[in-house]
Design a protein around this ligand. Sequence first.
Ligand code: APR
Ligand code: PHB
Length: 393
Amino acid sequence: MTTTRTQVCIIGAGPAGLLLGQLLHKAGIEAVILERRSAEYVLSRIRAGVLEEGTVGLLDRAGCGARAHAEGLRHEGVNLSFDGRLHRIDLAAATGGKSVLVYGQTEATKDLMDARAAEGLVTHYEAEEVEPHDFDTDRPFVTFAQGGATQRIDCDVIAGCDGYHGVSRPSVPDDAIRTYERVYPFGWMGILADVPPVEEELIYANHERGFALCSMRSRARSRYYVQCPLDDKVEDWSDDRFWDELRRRLPAATAEAVTTGPSIEKSIAPLRSFVAEPLRFGRLFLAGDAGHIVPPTGAKGLNLAASDVHYLADALTAFFLERDAGALERYSERALARVWKAVRFSWWFTSMMHVFPDQGAFGQKIQEAELDYLTGSDAATTSLAENYVGLPY
Ligand code: APR
Ligand code: PHB
């Protein structure tokens, strides 16, 4: 078995692991990343695409924000659709000038990967059987297999950035971790198509047939979703059926303006809220989807991964450069305080926008009253806006 040594062994090369690797490198801390998949596979995953200003700031700090600034679309507002028309929320007016940047997670991931490669930093892709060990001591290590040979990495700290289905969280003893979960009784059927977006800004639509979302990746590429039953299959949704259903859930004038075209990707995603507590177990730290999941309503997943990484990079910098072990102890509490607020917001936005099996006519009326209140009251608008653009770190 080959044994090597590093300061931080990061499991997972999604946005959380890559961003952490980059921030640590800038701070002069050495890290190795182990990723189960190939780089091509990681880049083929289609995910959300709305970045908070804090997330963009972290990409800048990591030295890879240039393309996001050049190619991302700055949105100062977002539309809610209900009652047969669009209601624009002026995010900038409600938040003292803040906005979000529409830039695909895939693109941000690619920028992080390119920066890592340019610095010559080590990432082991297609690493199998990754396993964290002895993180209840101050000499943890990680083993993995590659090309039939087992390797061992000795380190000071393990960062579990391996997503919801990763190995880090399940390696913690059951009695040391508590989890909180809500599974929603519907999914999102999403398509990507090379057609211009129907509106300049996103549209979140509440409709008696179910939720719909009009989003985009660029001025020439649209991303649309419709709420669907959990047992639907992608094969049930021809492009024609999708476009018809989307248009039925939008105001008439908007529906007429939708440009349709062949889908280039189609998938169904379930919706879930999930939080693990704590996020630190001795020398093992969870960040991003490894520690929590939010439903996509509000696009908080990637942004939460980024804020975790911000707190974790801070803690590790204090630990390695200032020998401040207390910083490691504070990570979980600091990160979770922000996580729970985003979990609350995503749950609330999901609850307000979707048709639930048991909601009935009363439930629909309550949603409409809430939407009317939200768009008619400055206080309520500000509350939505400050959460949507991202709470401060
Ligand atoms: N060993 C090594 N790598 C693993 C393992 C394992 N056992 N299990 C999973 N991974 C890798 C996955 O292949 C993936 O590339 O960990 C990475 C986790 O990345 P993400 O799932 O993208 O999670 P994260 O980096 O926390 O980013 C959160 O991405 O998943 C979206 O909606 C989510 O937008 C949010 C953001
Ligand atoms: C997306 O563009 O994929 C997207 C945008 C906003 C969301 C969720 C997904 O809330």
